[in-house]
Design a protein around this ligand. Structure first.
Ligand code: PLP
Length: 492
């Protein structure tokens, strides 16, 4: 027996043969995985964008799996890959005009595979020094792009925008209320309140609940016709709350709302926040990518004055889910918010100038979220991303123009590629029922995906976002044709 061939090694115990698999099985498995991934990338445009929704069929598919009879690895893989291909919305499809779920970057897919294989643990710095420093490097790179002073930048990777936003709420509580960390909200004299626009992401309601503030502590400030928070209304609301004994502590501007891509007036809101001694957070989960394109970056003017920023790399930077960044210009706030002293955590890095991620973020054991961004950016470069964002923005402009030609009426105004519109050719063309009918027909056809939104003003609209970087002019034109068919069908 030769030790140089792993295939010849007998399995030490049956668990190893079933969990690790032998060399030949692994080789066959990897070959098939890469074939499946490549076939999906090449063929996704030929699939239905959205599946037929059939819970019974899925239960029938899964029912026979009782895990009593082990399957061959490739057989198990084939079953799951076929199910994924058939039973999901393909956000990577160039005719997915959906929420902010893009086609994943190829380097991001490779990164996630590497992360699974090396399985770096990002709780303690000393367990995964490269991963920890790579994430720190990225946080600083993006902090600088947003205009922060290099020496002041800190932050952490998170599962997504919701976790980053909750981090902001916690950090603001810790910063503004010294008694909060140990004593909780009960140690405070007044109920803290936070301020978001009526169009903000609902993760702030969850964050308020999770932090013990309760959702009533979230003040939804009215928006103007372009769905942007009104600074004067914010100022009035803060004064009113203060008079009534509340303790305003956090103002959140949204840069790129989920419904309509609206960008709050960041500079004006920053001023109101500063005058009232509030933490100022900018939720730029999707829209923050505009900072990478000089001709778009002015929509984010003033973002450098934010105390903290949420940015999601799994939105407009197209890395696989989920990859949120919380970035702040307060070097010590994350430590103050999350530090705990755990006797069992490794001390190998004592004396080095490092920060342990577990003492610096919400998660404890954590995967290497940043690698998919690192590898994507290493290969695309800032320029590659800027070109992509420009292309998507141009496709958004094309869609607006084509819709206007076809007598659809645009109801949002943003330079970002989210287009909200109603049918100007008929009396009930803005009714929820009619618009839902149009969207439903298109989604059920499997040929494209878009949705309807209720904008806060009570206005209903169809919503199409250029989400996939693979969406091209013929995809936009195809959507316009589908809309023309659906508006006729929905009228009958
Ligand atoms: C997507 C989004 C969120 C939530 O982020 P997740 O990554 O889904 O957790 C928050 N705010 C805005 C503006 C978003 O677009």
């Amino acid at each position: 027996m030769t030790l140089s061939s792993e295939a010849a090694l007998p399995a030490k115990f049956s668990g190893e043969s079933r969990l690790l698999l032998d060399h030949d099985s692994r080789a066959a498995l990897w070959a098939r995985v890469t074939e499946i991934v490549e076939a999906h990338i090449r063929g996704v445009a030929g699939l239905r964008v959205a599946p037929e929704l059939d819970p019974a069929a899925l239960r029938d598919l899964l029912e026979p799996l009782d895990f009593a009879q082990p399957l061959e690895p490739v057989q198990a893989l084939e079953m799951v890959a076929a199910a994924l291909a058939e039973h999901q919305v393909h956000t990577a499809h160039p005719r997915y005009f959906g929420l902010f779920n893009p086609a994943p970057t190829t380097m991001g897919i490779a990164a996630d595979a590497l992360v699974a294989a090396f399985n770096p643990q990002l709780a303690a710095w000393s367990h995964s020094p490269f991963a920890a420093e790579a994430e720190r490097h990225l946080i600083r790179a993006f902090g600088e792009r947003f205009g922060y002073e290099p020496g002041s930048i800190d932050g952490t990777f998170a599962t997504g925008g919701a976790e980053a936003n909750q981090t902001a709420v916690l950090a603001a509580l810790v910063q503004l209320f010294p008694a909060f960390s140990a004593g909780g909200l009960r140690a405070l004299n007044a109920q803290p309140t936070l301020y978001v626009s009526a169009e903000s992401h609902h993760s702030f309601l969850k964050a308020a609940r999770l932090c013990g503030l309760g959702t009533a502590a979230v003040r939804e400030v009215p928006v103007d016709k372009q769905l942007r928070m009104r600074p004067a209304k914010l100022a009035v609301q803060i004064v009113r709350d203060r008079t009534m004994g509340f303790a305003p502590f956090l103002v959140v501007a949204t840069a790129g709302t989920t419904s309509a891509g609206a960008v709050d007036p960041i500079r004006a809101l920053a001023l109101v926040a500063a005058r009232n001694g509030c933490w100022f957070h900018v939720d730029a989960a999707w829209g923050g990518a505009a900072v990478l394109v000089p001709e778009l970056s002015s929509v984010l003017a003033g973002i450098a004055s934010a105390d903290s920023i949420t940015f999601d790399a799994h939105k407009w930077l197209s890395v696989p889910m989920g990859a949120g960044l919380f970035i702040t210009r307060h070097r010590d706030i994350l430590g103050e918010t999350f530090r705990t002293d755990a006797g069992y955590m490794p001390r190998d890095a004592a004396g080095l100038e490092i920060r342990d991620p577990f003492a610096h973020s919400m998660q404890w054991s954590r995967r290497f979220i940043g690698l998919k961004l690192l590898l994507s950016l290493m290969v695309a470069g800032w320029e590659g991303y800027a070109a992509t964002i420009r292309h998507q923005t141009a496709m958004g402009d094309r869609l607006r123009q084509r819709l206007a030609e076809e007598n659809w009426r645009l109801v949002n105004a943003t330079p970002l590629p989210v287009v909200c519109f109603v049918d100007a050719s008929r009396k009930d063309g803005a009714s929820a029922e009619f618009l839902d009918g149009v969207a439903r027909r298109i989604v059920r056809s499997g040929r494209a995906w878009l949705s309807t939104v209720r904008l806060h003003a009570g206005v209903h609209a169809l919503r199409a976002c250029i989400t996939s970087y693979r969406t091209d002019a013929d995809d936009v034109d195809a959507l316009v044709v589908l809309l023309a068919e659906a508006r006729v069908a929905a009228a009958n």
